[in-house]
Design a binder for this molecule. Structure first.
Ligand code: CU
Length: 528
């Protein structure tokens, strides 16, 4: 257990520059040249598009069988993954979320992973931090502006609901650091079990992370071996045109699986991590922690080798347990092929580490400590809990209250935060914090919202305190979040007050209180 690596998500804290790199533009159909006025010499802010993209989500109880085995799940508008949110860089996004779950103990919230929420903290969608849960029968509306571009996802931030199926993709169109011919959209990599995650959480708390049954590629896979007549489900597949190039927007949406992703015989050009364009690098195998995204471009240049190829998501046994470890696969067909692939996967070393930082170079470099980094007003807060297995950060495990979210505490001046000097180190067990400046690289460093904390290692995080609000930082392993591996930063507290829409906050909390008066809601986890 202590060797568990942890995927740490900084949510909306770490965000890319608002200026644009010298990037080239792309269309869904064919490559085209760089846009005039969008070069390295003319950095710019997000365009004032004046466009609003409006979405309506309804959470539903659903029976699904993504690998041919039926079970209960929660869906958005009847689908898992839920609808993809599309916007252009600079657009305003409005999402109305209605909780129609029949299960009477479910609140909800929708968090937009990695979205900057600049001065819109209240629309971050994190229960116990930025809102009370939205109860069954209620609707909440989130409004934010797309100040970044690229690939990300949204998910419920209420208990383990995200991994019962309440998640979907976000595509924000903008420049890219390499050209491609076709945008294949979001490709989710999920782990999957025939029991619900709520059922599995009971054993996760007492006996550690359970071995999961299977995995899904964009919501589908087979279950059982290929040569067995009782195999169920079907594989994700796509047909490529020889010579064309394809952009895949990969998202690791697993509850507890670190993936290595590859397409047999094909190399990938990686053009973005999380919502940050990077200087492209090529690899055959891509390592992905929970919550992370990578955008890759793959050219269909292997027609001389075969007519179909396996696409593989391989759970890393160093930190993940899965019964279908070699059978979470899709198929890339060339031309009119329908042949079952016979290709062999690339060799790799089983591990749960991030890609080498030397490859993760943001196209626009920023240096920690430049002007604007010094006026920190950060703080930590966490609460102790009972005897179940819990994760601790700074000697406390997080348990927060659904009915009394942090921003309500701030509004009512009921807080007791510990002020910090702006530097907080997060260490795994047994490794005293290295404090020598020599170990701290300030530039160039990867800039992203989710990073791997190596077992018995450390992770140093810097963020600019330029966005007032209460922000959660947590492990993105679902069990760990629920087990309290989380803390929150309250940033520029004095400025938060002016930003809080009390009517919105209070109406959701009043609805939650009314709801919990009528049904018995038991909080058996951290509350986030
Ligand atoms: Cu997330």
């Amino acid at each position: 257990m202590l060797n568990y690596a942890a995927a740490v998500a900084f949510l909306s804290l770490l965000t890319p520059s608002l200026t644009s790199p010298a990037l080239q533009s792309n269309t869904l159909i064919s490559a085209r040249d760089a846009c005039a006025g969008n070069t390295a010499d003319t950095p710019r802010k997000p365009p004032e598009t004046g466009v609003t993209r409006e979405y309506y989500f309804e959470l539903l109880d659903s029976n699904v069988s993504p690998d041919g085995v039926e079970r209960y799940a929660m869906s958005i508008n009847g689908s898992i993954p839920g609808p993809t949110i599309y916007a252009d860089w600079g657009d305003t996004v409005v999402v109305h979320v209605t909780n129609s779950l029949a299960d009477s103990t479910n609140g909800t919230s929708i968090h937009f992973h990695g979205i900057r929420q600049n001065y819109t903290n209240q629309h971050d969608g994190v229960t116990s931090i930025t809102q009370c849960p939205t109860p069954v029968g209620s609707t909440i509306t989130y409004i934010w502006r797309a100040l970044q571009y690229g690939s990300t996802w949204y998910h419920s931030h209420y208990s383990l609901q995200a991994w019962e199926g309440v998640f979907g993709g976000i595509v924000i169109n903008g420049p890219a650091t390499a050209n491609y011919d076709e945008d294949m959209g979001i490709m989710f990599l999920n782990d999957w079990d025939h029991d619900t995650v709520d059922a599995l959480y009971l054993s996760a708390q007492t006996s550690g992370p359970p071995t999961l049954d299977n995995g899904l590629i964009n919501g589908t896979n087979v279950y059982g071996d290929d040569d067995h007549s009782d195999q169920t489900g079907f594989r994700w597949n796509a047909t490529w045109v020889e010579g064309s190039s394809y952009r895949l927007r990969l998202v690791n949406a697993a509850v507890d699986t670190h993936w290595k992703f590859s397409i047999d015989n094909h190399s990938m050009t990686v053009i973005a991590m999380d919502l940050v364009p990077i200087t492209p690098f090529t690899t055959n195998v891509l390592s992905m922690g929970m919550g992370q995204r990578y955008d890759v471009v793959v050219t269909a240049d292997q027609a001389s080798i075969a007519s179909s190829f396996w696409l593989r998501a391989i759970p890393q046994s160093s930190c993940s347990d899965n019964d279908s470890s070699d059978n979470i696969r899709g198929i890339i067909y060339y031309a009119n092929s329908t042949d079952t692939p016979t290709t062999t996967g690339f060799s790799f070393t089983d591990s749960c580490e991030d890609e080498d930082v030397s490859n993760l170079v943001p196209y626009i470099s920023k240096t920690v400590g430049d002007s604007g980094w010094s006026d920190s007003e950060a703080a930590t807060v966490a609460f102790n809990d009972d005897s179940l297995f819990r994760w601790y950060l700074n000697s406390t495990t997080m348990v927060v209250e659904w009915v009394d979210p942090t921003i309500l505490k701030v509004y009512n001046n009921e807080t007791s935060f510990v002020d910090s000097n702006g530097v907080i180190e997060i260490d795994d067990e047994e490794d005293p914090a290295p404090t020598t400046a020599a170990l701290l690289s300030t530039s160039p460093t990867p800039r992203r919202d989710t990073a791997m904390l190596p077992a018995s290692g450390h992770l140093v995080i810097a963020f600019k305190t330029d966005n007032p609000g209460a922000w959660l930082m947590h492990c993105h392993i679902g069990w760990h979040t629920s087990e309290g591996f989380a803390l929150q930063f309250v940033e520029r507290r004095s400025e938060m007050l002016d930003l809080i829409d009390y009517n919105l906050l209070n109406s959701t909390c009043a609805a939650w209180e009314t709801y919990t008066d009528s049904v018995s809601v038991v909080q058996d986890d951290s509350g986030v």
